[in-house]
Structures are given as C-alpha cells and as structure tokens.
Design a protein around this ligand. Structure first.
Ligand SMILES: Cc1cc2nc3c(=O)[nH]c(=O)nc-3n(C[C@H](O)[C@H](O)[C@H](O)COP(=O)(O)O)c2cc1C
Length: 238
C-alpha cells in the first residue's frame, strides 16, 4: 500500500509531515506528496521545498518519498529529485497528450540519453492508436467522444488549421478521425517550449469545504467521522 497527499488544507493547516509520518509508521511502501494545498487546487507553482522537507522528515523511517507537482518533462523530474532528494516522481498533467513522457522518464532515471520528443507525424500515429484502444475498450461512440479532450493536448504547440481542430473536437468515428488527421501536415517538429508548459487543469484556488467543526480538534468524534466519509465520496483525487 502507498499513500499520496497534498501539503494540507491551506497554508495555515499544513498536515503533510504528520500525515507522512503516520503513514510511514503504518507500514506504507511509498509516500507521495503533491506540493500544493487543497485550497490551491492547481494554481501557482508546486512547492518542491515541501517535498524536500518530507524526505528529511521520513529519512530515518526508510520509507521512500515520491515528489509530485509540475513535472512536465524528464528534465523536470531530474531537477525535482535533485532539489528535494525525492526517490522518484508522480506525474499528473504532464502526460496528458504525451504518453511517451514515461519512456523519457525511464531513460532519465536510468541515466540513458532521453529519447527525443516525437514529430507531429508520430504524435498523430499515437493519437490514432489511443483512439483505437479507447474504442476497443468502450465502443467506438464513447471511445471517440473520450479522445476529443486528448486531441487538444496532443496537438498543443502544432500548427493545425482551425476548422480541422474544431471538427476534431466533435469527432464521432474512427473513419472520421482518419479523414481529419490525413488533412494535417505531419512534417512539424515538436515544440519543446510549448511541451514544457502546463496543460490540463490550471484552475485557481477555492476554500475547501470541510466537515462541521473540522478545525476545532485534531481528533474526530463519531459525527465528524461520518461527515468525512461522506465528504470523501464527493471529492476527486488530489
Ligand atoms: C486526469 C487526472 C486524473 C487524476 N486523478 C487523480 C487521482 O485519482 N488521485 C489523486 O490522488 N490524484 C489525481 N490526480 C492529481 C495528480 O495525481 C497530481 O497530484 C496533480 O495533477 C499535480 O501533479 P501535476 O502538476 O504533475 O499535474 C489526477 C490528475 C489528472 C490530471
């Protein structure tokens, strides 16, 4: 079992050191930390210094720490590990529309040369394969609906005519996808600068909703415990 958490509720309620130690003492295999608070959601820049603090805090436990937040490239992963002492990284938004990032990360971690980013022709082939796999799993209608959001991430930084982008945003069959992809000039290099910028959710902070009287005590009474389990049902991962 492993655990992943944020720094805390907000800057006044940072829980990651305590939570990390509790997890380590409970025998988890890994502890991962996203360097933002719940209030921050995806805003601002992830605080890698917190990952370094957690690594130090858990040093004697021997439990490895994984850092998370704003790893967009393999170079970011190496920089995070170097700056924080983290044993590895967790990737969130960085792999949206670029699944080859994992091969680049593996090479970076093993000290091998990092494979080059693909040209557009290769990106389109991966996108097509992704749509095919989704269609295989969910059926063509749902698969093609699902691939729409990925298409914007795959094409970020490439020059694609507006009417084709728009049509791809409503694609509903693999045949239609093939027809549209065939109209794109595949001879375009990857735009590394754009590739290293945020993608996916970047939304700003909002106060997290907490169970009644949550902040009044460090322990839970039975009513609060019920509220927590209900609240957890309506909150997606961190
Ligand atoms: C599509 C998507 C799904 C995610 N699902 C989860 C999840 O189920 N559980 C979780 O703890 N975090 C989840 N996250 C959050 C990420 O693990 C990560 O903490 C967050 O995106 C910050 O890392 P990043 O800056 O690399 O994106 C998800 C993120 C994305 C983009």
């Amino acid at each position: 079992m492993s655990i992943k958490m944020r720094k805390g509720i907000d800057d006044d309620h940072l829980t990651f050191l305590d939570a990390g130690m509790i997890a380590a003492n409970s025998g988890v295999a890994w502890v991962a930390l996203h360097g933002r608070t719940a209030e921050q959601m995806y805003s601002g820049v992830a605080d890698w210094s917190a990952i370094g603090m957690l690594k130090e805090h858990l040093a004697t436990s021997g439990v490895p720490v994984l850092g998370n937040g704003d790893v967009w490239t393999a170079a970011d992963a190496l920089a995070m590990m170097d700056q924080t002492g983290a044993d590895g990284v967790v990737v969130g938004r960085g792999c949206l529309g670029r699944p080859w990032l994992f091969a680049q990360l593996a090479a970076a971690m093993q000290g091998r040369p990092i494979p080059a980013d693909p040209e557009l022709g290769q990106v389109l082939a991966v996108l097509r394969r992704h749509a095919e796999v989704l269609s295989g799993d969910y059926g063509q209608e749902r698969g093609c609906r699902d691939i729409r959001k990925h298409i914007a991430w795959y094409l970020k930084g490439f020059s694609v005519r507006q009417h084709i982008r728009l049509a791809l945003g409503t694609v509903s069959s693999l045949a239609e996808l093939d027809d549209l992809l065939a109209q794109i000039d595949p001879d375009q290099p990857f735009n590394a600068e754009v590739g290293a910028t945020p993608r996916g959710r970047t939304s700003g902070g909002r106060a997290p909703s907490l169970p009644d009287r949550w902040l009044e005590s460090r322990s839970l009474d039975p009513v609060q415990a019920r509220q927590v389990s209900q609240a957890e049902l309506s909150v997606s991962g961190g």
